[in-house]
Design a protein around this ligand. Structure first.
Ligand code: ADP
Length: 477
């Protein structure tokens, strides 16, 4: 079976969030399952520089200008690149300029991605044609629409990694993107008078997946669906919406062989974790004290992540003698809030604003608890890393967080399934109650270690997800 992933990021070449982690790991796991999986990406500079010996497959003059299709390899995976320097040869974020403004030609940049995704199923590479085209998030949302316009030469899967980002463009752009005018309809890609690339994916795909079972249910609810609930409910009733949980790339995230952390450790040799905590406290300028529970956050700082609630609940951690080490970037108000807390309590709060891959490993290895108080969370990866590293996740009961972390309630402790702390409501009080529970468990070191081992025992390998996707593709074909 031949499968083409269409997307805009791939770890480690280019990453702005969890989407890249998924595309960095899933194709490899699929190849191991016997699927011929390849990836199509725009030739952003970081991607073009990372792919070895790209060869020209073909070239075309398109609605978005001239483009060459290149083919090379990365980490053993076949990569197609859309080489159109006038659209993609811009350093930094693939989506916006240095001032955070979305590029004004994004409508064409991502239409071309979708168009090439569909053309691949029509023989754009005469030697390799996908049976299934698998598009990810709004950037690739037009792929199923172009496939529809071409008479559905392949099955399509559209995966929602985050429904909050929609790819909305003015209606007049229908003249620019080479789709039939009739597609601009409520039964199509029209969304309140605009073009929605996300809706195109949701409407035209043969099947939609979300990145966790709970998120797949939540997005049929108006509170999570940004106006797409009607369409998503309909697709769910047709049996065309399901959830497949992401995995963890164990080549990158494994405390027993992670070269980015200070001391490697494992479930049976937890002593090494203490050394990582010591180093983290030193590097963050915190009081070096193995007895102070160290909470961490590694996150984009956006309203989604609920970190405003953490600012409210922070006194609870500090009064009880805990510490916080945060790595993140984004919302200016949140950045300032955490920086102010670090200035006020330098021995208890350490904050690093920015994006640092290696440092994120050291935080997750060194901390005792990883906080993910999200308002919504399609899957979430950092809580999975926390589980693997024996850094107990403290999460809100939503999306993939609800599917992967089990509260240390007395019932769960007695059944041997407790792996962290889960709170129900998106408010500071609910978060504070979970923080208190974490302190209670911390005061019983033997029980803490028991839960740590439970957490480290969980299996989130990509093979499980790869098999679920394979079953889905087979069902569609
Ligand atoms: P999202 O995709 O919504 O940002 P996920 O939890 O699915 O959230 O994935 C986030 C990914 O980005 C994880 O791999 C996490 O470690 C990483 N990450 C987030 N913020 C930072 C940061 N400031 N520095 C390094 N890595 C980060």
């Amino acid at each position: 079976m031949q499968v083409l992933h269409v997307c805009s990021e791939m770890y480690p070449l280019l990453k702005t969030g969890g989407l890249a982690d998924v595309l960095g790991a899933l194709p490899t796991a699929q190849v191991a399952e016997g699927i011929d999986a390849r990836v199509l990406l725009p030739a952003f500079p970081d991607i073009l520089n990372g792919v070895s010996e790209p060869q020209v497959v073909t070239q075309r003059d398109t609605f978005a200008g001239h483009m060459r299709l290149l083919y090379g390899r990365f980490n053993g995976i076949g990569i197609y690149l859309i080489d159109a320097p006038h659209l993609y040869s811009r350093p930094g974020s693939p989506y916006h300029d240095a001032n955070q403004y979305a590029y004004s030609d994004n409508v064409l940049r991502f239409a071309l991605l979708g168009w090439v995704g569909a053309e691949m199923a029509c023989g754009m590479d005469p030697y390799w044609r996908p049976d299934v085209v698998h598009a990810h998030d709004w950037h690739a949302g037009l792929t199923p629409a172009y496939l529809e316009a071409r008479g559905r030469p392949a099955k399509s899967v559209f995966t929602v990694h985050n429904l909050a980002y929609q790819g909305l463009f003015y209606a007049h752009h229908m003249h620019d993107i080479d789709l039939p005018a009739s597609f601009f309809s409520i039964n199509g890609l029209e969304f309140y008078g605009q073009i929605s690339y996300l809706k195109a994916g949701l409407y035209y795909a043969s099947h939609i997946t979300a990145v966790s079972p709970t998120y797949a249910r939540e997005i049929t609810d108006p509170n999570f669906a940004y106006g797409m609930e009607g369409l998503l409910r309909q697709r769910q009733e047709e049996g065309r919406l399901s959830g497949i949980l992401n995995g963890v790339d164990e080549n990158i995230w494994d405390p027993s062989k992670d070269e980015l952390i200070h001391t490697c450790y494992s479930r049976d040799k937890l002593a090494g974790k203490v050394e990582n905590k010591h180093q983290l406290q030193v590097s963050m300028g915190l009081t070096v004290n193995p007895k102070a529970p160290l909470f961490t956050v590694v996150s984009r700082l956006t309203p989604q992540k609920g970190l405003d609630l953490l600012l409210e609940a922070l006194p609870e951690i500090l009064e009880k003698g805990g510490q916080l080490a945060l790595l993140g970037a984004g919302d200016a108000v949140l950045q300032e809030g955490f920086l102010a807390a670090a200035a006020q309590y330098p021995q208890q709060v350490g904050v690093q604003i920015g994006y640092h891959e290696a440092f994120s490993h050291r935080l997750i290895a060194g901390a005792d608890v990883i906080l993910v108080p999200s308002r919504f969370e399609p899957c979430g990866l950092t809580q999975l890393y926390g589980l693997k590293y024996g850094t107990l996740p403290l999460v809100r009961h939503t999306g993939g967080l609800a599917d992967t972390v089990f509260d240390s309630s007395l019932e769960n402790l007695s059944e041997g399934i407790a792996t962290g702390f889960v709170f129900p409501d998106s408010d500071a009080h609910s978060l504070m109650c979970a923080i208190r529970r974490a302190f209670v468990l911390w005061s019983r070191p033997a029980l803490w270690r028991y839960v740590q081992r439970q957490a480290m025992n969980m299996d989130f390998s990509w093979h499980v997800a790869a098999r679920s996707y394979r079953d889905l593709y087979q069902h569609l074909m």
